[in-house]
Design a protein around this ligand. Structure first.
Ligand code: NAD
Ligand code: TYD
Length: 350
């Protein structure tokens, strides 16, 4: 299996899941190690015979072709992406390059590789995508299904939509066995601290303000990353080529309520906090431009057709996540680099 973006948040959780569940499988990670990639996430696998890490870009067609051939890859799990909405607002170019051009390069190399091997029916290309391609819901709208029309609102979601369309087209035009998954907001271990949950965990531990955008009433559906990894495992083994599967956590929460839950759990689990109760740190800040109001996933299809359902409630998942950030200070402290501080100042300046 080739896992792109395997040094990032979801990719590294997936690699750990796969190597634990299928220790005989060979797993090759291809990752460019951008600001979001961290080889530390895979440190415990580095000395395993069945594991290989390659630093490289998914836009590098020659490198991908070589890897597919020499490693006799039959499954690609494609996670590599620029993944943060706020960064896509500051600089959309990298999102088009990696998410659209990179996904195209990978798909096309896989098509040739699959053809060179006489188009085996058991090869798979799993394209991991987001519910954000469906746009924004109002409070009473039904949740996104696999047939909801695409209506992306940010450069990030537009670039992911572009890559979804390419994965779909490669199945319809060339029969390449692609499968697309669209999931809701993940959280858990190894989550880079630009996203809501890790950012809030770390700011509570440092006694820094907790910046809530706008009125805090935006709703997200929260999916524990290990539930997501189980879903992707199910899709790789049982999913049908050419299909799309929505993956959600059945955990719709308003941002402000989520931040308050995190504060409550931190106050309970952390032995020392600079500010307690940590809710005193909550600060409403200027809204994100084009901020989607609500996302919600209808996961009936994967549940009824493939038998997957999420197991972790948001309360349980947040407790696990808070526990992880409390015991992994040596993981997150080095991430608060000058680059991170400069990004932080740009987003939260006014
Ligand atoms: P992440 O930002 O934590 O990790 C992305 C990884 O891709 C990093 O390791 C980075 O180094 C690597 N990468 C970036 N550009 C690359 C390139 N050109 N070539 C090779 N590697 C490159 O992202 P994540 O949160 O783990 O998300 C993984 C996938 O899941 C993405 O495709 C994202 O769109 C999707 N997704 C994420 C969420 C979420 O809540 N995090 C929700 C829905 C979908
Ligand atoms: P985020 O983790 O960036 O994921 P996404 O934008 O992909 O949903 O944000 C989750 C929600 O939290 C989103 O509605 C924006 C909001 N948010 C804040 O209120 N403050 C913050 O500092 C961040 C990063 C996000």
């Amino acid at each position: 299996m080739l896992v792109t973006g395997g040094a990032g948040f979801i990719g590294s959780n997936f690699v750990h899941h796969w190597c634990h569940a299928y220790p005989e499988d060979r797993v090759v990670v291809l990752d460019a190690l951008t600001y979001a990639g961290n080889r530390q996430n895979l440190a415990t696998l580095e000395d395993k015979d069945h594991f290989r890490f390659v630093q490289g870009d998914i836009c590098d067609g020659a490198l991908i072709k070589k890897l597919l051939q020499e490693e006799e890859i039959n499954t690609v799990a494609h996670f590599a992406a620029e993944s943060h909405v706020d960064r896509s607002i500051l600089g959309p170019g990298a999102f088009i390059q990696t998410n659209v051009v990179g996904s195209f390069t990978l798909l096309d190399a896989f098509r040739q590789h699959w053809n060179d091997h006489s188009s085996p029916p058991d090869y798979r290309f799993l394209h991991v995508s987001t519910d954000e391609v469906y746009g924004s819901l109002s409070a009473d709208d039904p949740a996104f299904t696999e047939t909801t029309p695409y209506a992306p609102n940010s450069p990030y979601s537009a670039s992911k939509a572009g890559s979804d369309h390419l994965a779909r087209a490669y199945y319809h035009t060339y029969n390449v066995p692609t499968i697309i998954t669209n999931c809701s907001n993940n959280y858990g271990p190894y989550h880079y601290p630009e996203k809501l949950i890790p950012l809030m965990c770390i700011n509570i531990l440092l006694g820094k303000p907790l910046p809530v955008y706008g009125d805090g009433q935006n709703v997200r559906d929260w999916l524990y990353v290990l539930d997501h990894c189980r879903a992707l495992d199910t899709v790789i083994h049982q999913g049908k080529p050419g299909e799309t599967y929505n993956i959600g956590g059945n955990n719709e929460v308003k941002n402000i309520d989520l931040v308050k839950m995190l504060c409550r759990i931190m106050d309970e689990l952390a032995p020392h906090l600079p500010v307690k109760p940590s809710q005193e740190l909550i600060t409403f800040v200027k809204d994100r431009p084009g901020h989607d109001r609500r996302y919600a996933i209808d996961a009936t299809k994967i549940q009824t057709e493939l038998g997957w359902a999420p197991l972790v409630t948001v309360e349980e998942g947040l407790r696990q996540t808070v526990g992880w950030f409390l015991t992994h200070r040596s993981w997150w402290e080095p991430l608060l680099s000058e680059e991170y501080q400069s990004y932080y100042r740009q987003v939260y300046a006014s």
